[in-house]
Design a protein around this ligand. Structure first.
Ligand code: PAF
Length: 270
């Protein structure tokens, strides 16, 4: 595996699968790299903590960083290249700033102003410099995945965006780099999110599922809810009884640490 900080040495002779990350890699990222390996043998993992997607400088400063461990995890998961640019080498000169689309102003975007503009600007900078044929994203950031698909579609990019199901720990907590900041008690409290999603999934109607979601989340005193909603996966509008692919989204905080999760509501029929 090569570790590059300059992309001029990147081999373009085979179709590239890009796994964009901000480092602090964990088993969820390993699953993305393993998915990429099923598709091609040229896998580029980018590691860059993108300041443009943090609206709060303290959150950016506290974002976990573990470059040596990241290189080892990427290597053992099967990456071909890790691109770890220096702060000033990630964005090309005159890079395009992508404004947030309407669907990027809701949910995560409503709370985190400018977040999706920052994410899409970074993703577009990656796509234009690495020229991947495939781009692999986790379903955990479901709104991000939706918006990246929209960007690729609207700009007719020749990139297949592949979504990979969320990896959870043995108790159901969605793996996230931010989990490293949770104490043991806070981690226990965070389990309420998966429990609420699983309970809601068992309901037959949309109204019961929504009610159940909020009710279960309200039982955990350490968890402060930001939003809980059920959306149409294909449009990101709020789901109606006629929506075929419903997905519940949850976001909130435990002791100032932001946690998000989501789950397909496959049994919710009306
Ligand atoms: O999902 C992430 O880690 C980031 O939002 C991404 C896609 C690497 C862009 O900075």
């Amino acid at each position: 595996m090569q570790v590059l900080n300059d992309l001029s040495a990147l081999d373009h002779s085979r179709p590239i699968a890009l796994v964009p990350t901000m480092g602090a890699l964990h088993a969820g990222h390993a699953a993305l790299i393993e998915k990429a390996r099923e598709i091609t043998d040229s896998i580029v993992v980018s590691i860059f903590v993108n300041p443009l997607q943090f609206e709060d400088s303290e959150d950016l400063a506290k974002y976990p960083r573990s470059p040596e461990r990241d290189i080892e995890l990427a290597r053992s998961a099967g990456a071909s290249v890790v691109w770890m640019p220096e702060k000033n080498n990630f964005y090309p000169t005159n890079f395009e700033v992508i404004p947030s689309p309407i669907m990027g102003e809701k949910f995560e975007g409503a709370q985190r102003r400018g977040h999706f503009s920052g994410v899409l600007t970074a993703v577009n900078a990656l796509f234009t410099q690495i020229l991947p044929r495939y781009a692999i994203f986790g379903e955990k950031d479901f709104q991000q995945l939706f918006l990246v698909r929209q960007l690729v579609r609207e700009r007719n990019m020749d990139i297949e965006v592949v979504g990979v199901p969320t990896v959870r720990d043995t108790e159901g907590l969605a793996l996230s780099s931010r989990n490293a900041r949770l104490s043991e008690v806070e981690r226990e409290a965070a389990l309420i999110i998966n429990q609420a999603l699983c309970k809601a999934m068992q309901k037959e109607s949309l109204s019961e599922a929504k009610f159940s979601l909020v009710k279960t989340l309200s039982k955990e005193p350490l968890f402060t809810l930001d939003y809980a909603a059920i959306v149409d996966e294909d449009t990101f509008e709020l789901a109606t009884q006629d929506t075929v692919h419903k997905r519940a989204l949850v976001a909130g905080w435990i002791n100032g640490i932001r946690l998000i999760d989501n789950m397909a509501m496959t049994s919710v029929e009306q």
